[in-house]
Design a protein around this ligand. Structure first.
Ligand SMILES: [Zn+2]
Length: 114
């Protein structure tokens, strides 16, 4: 008998009967939308940190950020100061909300060079 119903441990959502306990697309689809999944907290934290960084850097869109990075590199400021700002710009680029998911481009960080 397969009478057991698999439920989400966070919210109690019942999966269709016969859903395997792991590896099913039904599970991953629910995790994306489950309001009690720990990922929601992580996403909220990222959004909060992003908004704080956006306030510091003064730019949000990818275009603005890339322009700002290019400008930053040309500024006659100490490299250490530039690195701080450029790292912040990279952090914002790496966490763009519309990128969330598949293949975020991971580039080597060009922070500290001698
Ligand atoms: Zn759930």
């Amino acid at each position: 008998m397969n009478g057991r119903i698999l439920t989400c441990v966070y919210c109690g959502h019942e999966y269709p009967q016969g859903t395997p306990a792991a590896g099913s697309e039904v599970l991953t689809e629910h995790i994306k939308v489950c309001e009690r999944h720990p990922m929601r907290k992580a996403e909220a934290d990222i959004a909060l940190l992003r908004s704080a960084l956006v306030g510091l850097i003064g730019a949000d869109s990818e275009q603005e950020l890339r322009t700002m990075e290019a400008t930053m590199r040309l500024l006659p400021a100490p490299d250490a100061d530039k690195a701080v700002s450029i790292n912040a710009i990279h952090a914002l680029l790496a966490t763009m909300p519309h990128n969330a998911g598949n293949n975020a481009t991971a580039k080597p960080s060009a922070g500290s060079s001698g």
